[in-house]
Design a protein around this ligand. Structure first.
Ligand code: ASP
Length: 587
């Protein structure tokens, strides 16, 4: 494909300076960009000129004393236009660290297009500024090469997604942002209606009901790269608005979704030259919890949780006996080469385990005999040691508790203590067969694990009335390096079944009608079997860009406390605006 960036042509610029290479030597070029750096050697001035594609050296010399003097007055981040011939550098002056390091441009013309105040931090990688400062001056932060790269990668990933899905027969269809509440388990962002005072639009938590409605309308294969809005307490990897690759398809089963997404991920990771082997591996939710203590396992980390419950049946220590007697379990994890952890460090781990809900952890070492905080006899210790596959320099961590506590605690410690294997860059897995419902202590009722439109497995439908918490869903997540990067399900397309699920979730007929009236009605007008998925586009781009926070790949992100430090939103509004909306603030 022709590289159109090289053309970059317009009246002020003939090429991006960052693209100049030895083959351009001899050409007269017009460049535009920002002053990265200036070195004044008296009768010679070097200016590093930065544009979107990189940095190139401009030389001002005594052939043009007027320009030399003008160049001396340039400052960091001034915006300039330069004209002149490209020439090869003297071999001794070649800079191997710069892509343009074999060439430079000899200035024959210089125009200052704009001056700049001294920037609050240098435009350079790695950045030497705290995140808050970067966010306040995001426009300067985004000038850094790594940011330019990340945002471009985002564009390339979006383009690749569109091309791939279009090639598979999908249509990109927009759905409203001023919408009715869509349930994804978070709080809605509300937008007051001026025309209908006292009524509100909700910004969609996802286009879930719309995309299902499109299936009812016969569009068959839909996608959209779409913004979603969720007013949740933010953790580091959440944003109040984020982008999904949203997909829905008709007349399909789970295998169709897996195959589509496997292909899409392979296409996306090709953007960074990574070959992803497909089909991607799969784990059921139960397997994932049993082996890794989480539904988002990082499979770059080797090592699995061992179940010691059966072996521990005759163990003497009272804590273990008590837990087992009340139906609990004993689970263990081998932490390679961690025998050197000090008492203090082990105590800290114990504290962390407590934060995760455990009563504590038991550790076991085997250096000149077994050592543990717990009085295990030699045979007991050996059983544990062998079952977890531990070696001399290792540490074994044990949790005796209810299964729902023991597994996540060890899952957390696995991620915390065992580094990922160095050879594997990206480890994907599908996690399938999630429970349809879970118990929420907070709400004191049954809630959906995914959302209420998720279909139960056909074989579990008889359990809906008797044992709803045992019903498995036709739902799946796709996980990479311990991040959930997507999730979806085959949906309920039967009116009666949908109504039943709403009622199990404790919605009265009236609430169902208010919240989902149109949708339930639509289900009755010829709904095809359908299913889909949504992929977290920010997170995917983060993985592609090799960043460790989604904020790094979102042009204008919010802070973890939902503020935009650049614009100062959210902000107060005028009395007049409130009046127009029929709103009054509580004092
Ligand atoms: N709407 C769901 C979500 O945003 C994804 C899906 O079920 O397709 O998580």
């Amino acid at each position: 494909m022709e590289d159109n960036r090289a053309l970059g042509k317009n009246s002020m610029r003939t090429i991006y300076g960052g693209l100049l290479r030895p083959e351009h030597a001899g050409q007269d070029v017009s460049l535009c960009g920002w002053v990265q750096r200036l070195r004044d050697m008296g009768n010679l001035v070097f200016v590093d000129l930065r544009d979107r594609e990189g940095i190139v050296q401009i030389v001002f010399n005594q052939d043009r004393p007027d320009l030399l003097e003008a160049a001396k007055k340039l400052r960091q981040e001034y915006v300039v236009a330069v004209k002149g011939p490209v020439r090869k550098r003297d071999p001794r002056a070649v800079n191997k660290d710069m892509a343009t390091g074999e060439v430079e441009v000899e200035a024959r013309d210089l125009r200052v297009l704009n001056a700049a105040k001294v920037p609050p931090f240098q435009v350079a990688d790695p950045v030497q500024a705290a995140e808050d400062l970067r966010m306040k001056y995001r426009y300067i932060d985004l000038r850094r090469p790594s940011k330019q790269r990340a945002i471009r990668l985002r564009h390339e990933a979006a383009l690749r997604t569109r091309n791939y899905l279009s090639s598979q027969g999908f249509l990109e269809i927009e759905t409203p942002y001023l919408a009715k509440s869509t349930p994804e388990g978070a709080r809605d962002y509300l937008v007051p209606s001026r025309i209908y005072k006292g009524r509100f639009y909700a910004l969609p938590q996802s286009p879930q009901t719309y995309k299902q409605t499109l299936m009812i309308s016969g569009f068959d294969r839909y996608f959209q790269i779409v913004r979603c809005f969720r007013d949740e307490d933010l953790r580091s990897e959440r944003q109040p608005e984020f982008t999904q690759i949203d997909i829905e398809m008709s007349f399909v089963d789970r295998e169709d979704v897996y195959a589509l997404v496997d292909g899409m991920l392979a296409a996306l990771f090709e953007v960074i030259g990574e070959k992803i082997e497909t089909p991607l591996p799969r784990l059921t939710y139960e397997e994932s919890m049993d082996r890794y203590g989480t539904d988002k396992p990082d499979l770059r980390i080797t090592g699995e949780i061992a179940d010691l419950t059966r072996e521990a049946a005759g163990f003497q220590p009272e804590v273990i006996r008590k837990v087992l007697a009340s139906g609990g379990v004993l689970k263990g994890l081998r932490v390679p080469k961690a025998a050197g952890l000090s008492r203090g460090q082990l105590d800290k781990l114990g504290e962390k385990a407590k934060e995760c809900g455990a009563k504590g952890i038991i550790w076991l070492k085997n250096q000149n005999g077994f050592k543990s905080a717990l009085k295990l006899d030699d045979a007991e210790a050996r059983t544990i040691w062998e079952k977890t596959g531990a070696l001399d320099e290792d540490l074994v961590l044990l949790v005796a508790d209810r299964c729902e506590v023991a597994l996540p605690v060890l899952g957390f410690l696995r991620k915390e203590l065992i580094p990922p294997q160095s050879g594997t860059k990206f480890a994907f897995t599908w996690v399938t067969d999630f429970p349809l419902f879970e118990w929420s202590d907070e709400e004191n009722k049954i809630v959906s694990v995914h959302h209420p439109f998720t279909s139960p497995r056909a074989e579990d439908i008889p359990l809906l009335d008797s044992e709803p918490l045992r019903v498995k869903a036709r739902a799946y997540d796709i996980v990479c390096n311990g991040y959930e990067i997507g999730g979806g399900s085959i949906r309920i397309h039967d009116f009666e079944l949908q109504r039943k699920v709403f009622s199990i979730l404790g919605l009265s007929a009236k609430e169902t009608e208010e919240k989902f009236g149109y949708f339930l009605e639509a289900l009755g007008y010829g709904t095809p079997p359908h299913g889909g998925i949504a992929m977290g586009f920010d997170r995917l781009t983060m993985l592609l860009a090799g960043e460790d926070s989604i904020r790094e790949v979102i042009p204008f992100p919010k802070t973890t406390s939902a503020l935009c430090l650049l614009t100062g939103s959210p902000s107060e509004v005028s009395e007049k605006q409130l009046d127009e909306l029929g709103l009054k603030l509580k004092k």
